[in-house]
Design a protein around this ligand. Sequence first.
Ligand code: FES
Length: 226
Amino acid sequence: MQSPIQSSMQPSITKPLVSLAGPRATRRDFLYVATAAVSAFGAAACLVPLIDQMNPDAGTLAAGAPIDIDLGKVEPGQQVVFRWRERPVFVTHRTPEMLRALQDPQLVSQLADPQSDELQQPPYARNWHRSVKPDYGLVIGICTHLGCIPMFYSQPNAGSPAQNWLGGYFCPCHGSKYDLAGRVFSGVPAPYNLPVPPHRYVSDTLVRVGENPEGVSFDFGSIRQI
Ligand code: FES
């Protein structure tokens, strides 16, 4: 029997798959989330298990239904993770400092595909911030090398997780580096930028992942590599 969500195609707001305590995590739902690097300790990121807070249900999501995300609950500098089509979606609320960093020529000169020439995003995300709104980033959290889940280290650091770190995503498997928009650095194993899922704004703070803005047709299956 079709669920109301499937029949109406109006997704409920999906809660982030995050529980810092995580006691209810199951193997099925065990993904990782890299949380924000905003702490008094200057910790760049931490890994915590995700739990089952899926709405709509996991079966519907696996079938590819859109999900709605309330961005009003994502603090500046924070990253939260959702699941769409059985893949982690990293959602970041970028601060003005992060936005400046994305445009820093020192960073841009180190990127393999700074203009997003490769088809790794919808056309409306082919810009310096790789999203509809600069303040919010949405990328699929799967390394384009061999599929590990990168970690979020938002703050620059001289030596960690890599030398002269400028802030972004680091894949611990083989050392690939991405900036805060998921643009891959030159000279690392990963060949492409992190994919950007289709997304459109239903309201100022509600974004729907899995649908394009009106008038745009973009097939996520057409991207070069996930
Ligand atoms: Fe990410 Fe190899 S899987 S660097």
